[in-house]
Design a protein around this ligand. Structure first.
Ligand SMILES: NC(=O)c1ccc[n+]([C@@H]2O[C@H](COP(=O)([O-])OP(=O)(O)OC[C@H]3O[C@@H](n4cnc5c(N)ncnc54)[C@H](OP(=O)(O)O)[C@@H]3O)[C@@H](O)[C@H]2O)c1
Length: 236
């Protein structure tokens, strides 16, 4: 089944996006990575193509040519933590860059995907618990993820024939978590908790997130529009 599937993933140079790309290739998907940087390790692999695109450049987002098939999945994964600071210290430029990457680009890419791609379609967003849980120091990030969760809810109602979901991956061991651990307590009061989670070995492996997402993609029965990836157990 998966050999006929196409999957388009944004933000594949590291972390969750790279893990999804690797796992999808291993299952025989035709994979199109979209982002600023291609992961060198996938170069030359059959079924892999990379489309360079800075997703904060909306003209570039509109220029992305989808590599689609009879069944195509779009995973809007690229994201940024944005400014980590008390709200009064976040600049308009920082807020705008965060909203462009985390909200406007995935909304625009999804709108084009829904309109331009024929056949069976699914759309996923890498959401976050930070959409539903307020975290001082992360005002732009929390607001952006709340926005994309709600976009997924609206789009899912507008396009009932398309599986549209935002998944909450948990705290995942990626460069974004490393960036979080480097912030200061003044800017991010919870930094010690994130360091402790890492040192206690509590971060989720990105490969686990990828495996569970692919399971949902291939499942007939889908979870709720916004769902925690931890509730998905491919072995159950
Ligand atoms: N890690 C966690 O604990 C966690 C928890 C909840 C949600 N998430 C979400 O998971 C997603 C992936 O993050 P990650 O944790 O895997 O971190 P990551 O390794 O830093 O991945 C972020 C990806 O976004 C890409 N990206 C950044 N700016 C971009 C731009 N302007 N244009 C195109 N691509 C851009 C990065 O590529 P380049 O920098 O090479 O361009 C990278 O591939 C994000 O949406 C994040 O909010 C992560």
């Amino acid at each position: 089944m998966s050999a006929l599937r196409h999957i388009i993933i944004t933000g594949v140079s590291s972390g969750i996006g790279l893990a999804i790309a690797r796992a999808a290739l291993a299952k025989g998907y035709v994979v199109q990575g979209v982002g600023r940087n291609s992961p060198n390790e996938l170069d030359g692999q059959e079924n892999w193509t990379f489309t360079p695109c800075d997703l904060t450049d909306l003209a570039a987002v509109d220029g992305v040519e989808f590599k689609a098939g009879a069944h195509t999945v779009l995973v809007n994964n690229a994201g940024t933590l944005g400014p980590v600071a008390q709200s009064e210290n976040a600049t308009a430029e920082e807020i705008n860059a965060c909203m462009l990457l985390n909200v406007t680009a995935p909304m625009r890419l999804t709108a084009r995907f829904l309109k331009e791609v024929a056949g069976e379609k699914q759309v996923y967003f890498t959401g976050s618990g930070a959409a539903q849980y307020s975290i001082p120091g992360w005002s732009a990030y929390c607001a952006s993820k709340a926005a994309i969760h709600m976009y997924a809810e609206v789009a899912a109602q507008e396009y009932p024939d398309v599986a549209i979901h935002a998944f909450k991956p948990g705290k995942v061991d990626t460069p974004m978590q490393a960036q979080i651990r480097k912030t200061t307590i003044e800017d991010f009061p919870s930094v010690a908790h994130f360091i402790e989670e890492y040192e206690s070995g509590n971060l989720v492996d990105p490969n686990t997130v990828a495996e569970r997402l692919l399971y949902v993609i291939e499942a007939q029965e889908k979870p709720s529009v916004v769902f925690p990836i931890s509730q998905i157990n491919p072995l159950s």
